[in-house]
Ligand binder design. Structure first.
Ligand code: NAP
Length: 248
């Protein structure tokens, strides 16, 4: 049987691949045969070691997405990937009266502006060479809900769904699909504060029908589906991987 999710010979650029979901995504893609370019503000030796131990190539682009950067040069340095995963993201928690404009700018810059800039440069390169491509954005439960004390994050994650739809419409004629995955509550650094708060942890767990926090590897099958040729007629979708959270 043909392996629909085979990514042999392909290259994926994954932002935020040093830790958490980004590392899980990089390993899922590498496991299916793709070489990986990880982009983050710090070196990612652990991810490099894990990807290469799967027999795939790994390179790291050390770029701080909260600062101005040259997205066109990123595509050149990444050797023109055919899969882009906009995963890097930050969250700042504060009661509204205390939240700063610096927090707002940082969150919107990393979570939204950088994803837009990289998607634009990626699409331009794919269109110029008449080649198809896959863009996968990482959304959130806060693409659907308001959340508490995280207004900037919620705004960025609602916007990422709108961006996914807008780019999907524009890029479909070129064979470039643009989809998003909305992870539920996942066990990563991003949610360490929530898990450390006994009350919030119990509240959250009690609402997840699957009865557990998600793990980075829970995203693997969704990523492979959206990255592969199997999904060439699927675009503009945001796929929740949430243990049932949204239906509760
Ligand atoms: P994480 O472990 O904190 O990972 C965030 C990643 O983003 C890190 O690898 C970090 O790499 C990168 N990053 C942060 N700021 C950056 C910057 N200025 N420039 C470049 N890279 C930067 O958290 P995570 O949970 O895996 O989050 C990954 C994505 O999933 C985020 O978009 C998050 O919003 C989303 N998400 C998470 C959950 C959850 O429950 N955990 C749920 C829904 C959505 P460096 O440290 O190398 O910069």
């Amino acid at each position: 049987m043909i392996n629909l999710f085979d990514l042999t010979g392909q290259t994926a650029l994954v932002t935020g691949a040093r830790t958490g979901l980004g590392q899980g995504i990089a390993l899922a893609l590498a496991g299916a045969g793709a070489d990986i370019v990880g982009l983050g503000s710090r070196p990612m030796d652990d991810t490099a070691q894990k990807v290469t131990s799967l027999g795939r190539k790994f390179s790291c682009l050390e770029i701080d997405l909260s600062q101005p950067f040259d997205a066109t040069q990123v595509m050149v340095d990444a050797k023109h990937p055919n899969i882009l995963v906009n995963n890097a993201g930050i969250i700042r928690r504060a009661d509204l009266p205390e939240a700063t404009m610096e927090d707002w700018d940082d969150v919107l810059t990393v979570n939204l502006r950088a994803a837009y800039e990289l998607s634009q440069a990626f699409a331009k390169a794919r269109i110029e060479t008449a080649r198809p491509g896959r863009i996968i954005n990482i959304a959130s439960m806060l693409s659907y809900q308001g959340g508490i004390r995280v207004a900037s994050y919620t705004a960025s994650k609602h916007a990422i769904v709108g961006l996914t739809r807008a780019l999907a419409n524009e890029l479909a004629p070129y064979g470039i699909t643009v989809n998003a995955i909305a992870p539920g509550y996942m066990d990563t650094d991003n949610t360490a504060a929530l898990r450390a708060d006994t009350h919030r942890n119990a509240e959250i767990l009690g609402r997840i029908p699957a009865g557990r926090w998600g793990q980075p590897q829970d995203l693997a099958s969704a990523i492979l589906f959206l990255a592969s040729t199997a999904s060439s007629y699927v675009t503009a979708v945001t796929l929740p991987v949430d243990g049932g959270w949204l239906s509760r």
